[in-house]
Design a protein around this ligand. Structure first.
Ligand SMILES: [Mg+2]
Length: 231
């Protein structure tokens, strides 16, 4: 059956680079600081972007406030802007859009399985305009404790109507995505195209740097799996 296979993608740092979400929020924070505190928005943004780049992920706002001599009590309001602000400027990279189109063209079903607060993840999916390009979206935290638990993986398989053994999971996180997929009886691809820090060893069936290589690689993984089980 040509439709009886699927690729299930993680969201952050797989379908799009997570830094875009953070930096888009930081830019909105910087504009707020300029409007309300009279600081130069570009300068504020530069401090936040530098904090993100240099390993202070999750503390971009605090770092910028300190460097700008502003009170730390502004932090919660600004962090809210990053997570909930309306000015979310995200888009799917062209290479991702092309890979999704190629998978569709070759009869793959496509799912998204994402950890994190479902409301926040839904905002990203909306901003990326993903819903029209995929067949199922599962917020893993609504099914047990999220990835790597087996329940959310089986839920996406159920919604796609594809057997776990015919699903290739693609994600950047070794523990949540690769380990979770293996435990659920699915093939696994560790995608390292958006992360720029050193990667540890992977137990994935395949490590992939370029998403353009995915359609061919996924087909090969399922073919290899079928052969090994027929042998
Ligand atoms: Mg991820």
């Amino acid at each position: 059956m040509p439709h009886n296979r699927a690729v299930v993608f993680d969201l952050d740092d797989t379908l799009y680079p997570f830094r875009r979400f953070v930096l888009s929020g930081c830019a909105a924070c910087a504009r707020r600081l300029e409007r309300r505190r009279g600081v130069d928005a570009r300068r504020a943004f530069r401090w936040m972007a530098r904090a993100f780049r240099e390993g202070a992920q999750g503390r971009e706002v605090q770092t910028a406030l300190r460097m700008l001599g502003l009170p730390d009590r502004l932090t919660p309001g600004l962090v809210d802007i990053i997570i909930w602000g309306r000015e979310l400027n995200l888009r799917l990279p062209a290479s991702t859009r092309q890979a999704l189109a190629a998978l569709r063209c070759h009869g793959w079903k496509i799912g998204v399985l994402t950890n994190g607060d479902p409301a926040v993840q839904a905002r990203k999916i909306d901003a990326l305009d993903l819903a029209d390009h995929v067949d199922a979206i599962v917020f893993a935290n609504e099914h047990g404790g999220g990835k790597p638990e087996t329940a959310p993986f089986l839920e996406v398989a159920r919604r796609l109507r594809v057997a776990p053994s015919r699903i290739v999971v693609v994600g950047d996180d070794e523990w949540c995505d690769v380990n979770g997929a293996r435990r659920a009886g699915m093939r696994s691809v560790r995608f390292v195209g958006h992360r720029h820090w050193p990667q540890g060893p992977s137990a994935a069936d395949l490590v992939l740097k370029h998403i353009a290589d995915l359609p061919r690689a996924a087909a090969q993984l399922l073919a290899d799996h079928r052969e090994s089980h027929a042998a």
